[in-house]
Design a protein around this ligand. Structure first.
Ligand code: MG
Length: 316
């Protein structure tokens, strides 16, 4: 067969094949066609903090300082499970002109990832209580770690299955409260299960798909853990995509470890590129230490200014 005949025969075969295949994707009707995936025009750096690192005699004084320093929101602890406490925080936030970010809850000792019925029930009941408090306060979500190292005898596969079995109902409960459950991937020194943003996003997606409301599970990224586990900070945040609801800010492992951003060698530009690319507007919150010999108020303000500069430098 000559080359021209060969090509003609190939083309005829391709037409015959395409007429037999029932194509499911309509390329001319895609919402992605001809559009850039870059959402940086919508992105915004929303700086906030956990309350422990902020100086002040009470929550009102802490909130006033945070507002004056240009922070926009506050991250809470598990005490918001008390509805009265949640209502008080809500009033204090409104008075200060701040929003509620997430609740940092943790693993509840790994209780929800247990085969012991009573233990699992205890964890589930307490997660529901904190979700209700988060809902009252208007929090974006409750940060949840399935198990720290040593808290669950389950294997990686067993934990994933348990999450897929149990969490669609809990995700719907979160959505009914007006909030979410946010997976926090940790570094391997703290948790063998769930170490990367993409992994957390994939499990959150599967739980959402198995749930009724489809929106109760989310994921977050912590710059400290990510500096150990991720190969590409920009890529990691992009893989979180629309499921990314929270970010923890801290320098990485260089001395001083896990400190206020700017106080060690860690840079934030690459991660901020990822946050800009996905149009992230959610909270970026301090979860870090501050060396004791520093004036904390000055150190926090310097760190905020450092982060604003890093964000500006994050050109896509
Ligand atoms: Mg964290």
């Amino acid at each position: 067969m000559k080359r021209r005949e060969f090509l003609a025969a190939g083309a005829a075969a391709a037409v015959a094949l395409s007429s037999r295949i029932d194509l499911k994707a309509e390329v001319t009707d895609s919402t992605y066609d001809g559009k850039s995936a870059n959402q940086q025009a919508n992105a915004h750096l929303c700086l906030c903090s956990q309350l422990g690192i902020i100086p002040g005699k009470d929550v009102e004084e802490k909130f006033a300082k945070m507002k004056a320093w240009g922070m926009e929101a506050a991250e809470f602890g598990g005490d918001v499970a008390d509805p009265e406490r949640a209502a008080n925080y809500k009033k204090a936030l409104a008075d200060a002109g701040l929003k509620a970010a997430a609740v940092c809850w943790g693993s509840h000792g790994g209780d929800l990832m247990s085969f012991e019925k009573e233990r699992k029930q205890r964890g589930t009941d307490d997660l529901k209580k904190v979700l209700e408090g988060a809902g009252i306060l208007g929090c974006t979500g409750v940060i949840y770690v399935p198990a720290f190292n040593g808290q669950s005898p389950l294997t990686n596969q067993e934990i994933r299955k348990m999450l897929l079995d149990d969490f669609p109902a809990l995700a719907d409960f979160a959505a009914e409260c007006g909030t979410t459950i946010i997976f926090e991937p940790l570094n391997r020194g703290e948790a063998f299960f769930l170490r990367q943003v993409a992994d957390g996003a994939a499990i959150a997606r599967d739980i959402n798909e198995a749930s009724e409301k489809k929106c109760g599970m989310a994921v977050m990224g912590d710059f400290y853990h990510m500096s150990i586990e991720e190969t590409d900070m920009m890529g990691a945040f992009i893989s979180g995509g629309k499921l990314l609801k929270h970010v923890h800010l801290a320098g990485g492992v260089s001395n001083p470890r896990r400190t206020l951003p700017g106080l060690n060698q860690s840079r934030f530009v690459e991660g901020f590129r990822g946050l800009k690319y996905i149009g992230y507007t959610g909270p970026c919150s301090f979860e870090c230490g501050c060396p004791g010999d520093l004036d904390r108020e000055e150190a926090i303000q310097n760190s905020l200014n450092f982060l604003r500069k890093e964000y500006e430098l994050a050109v896509i």
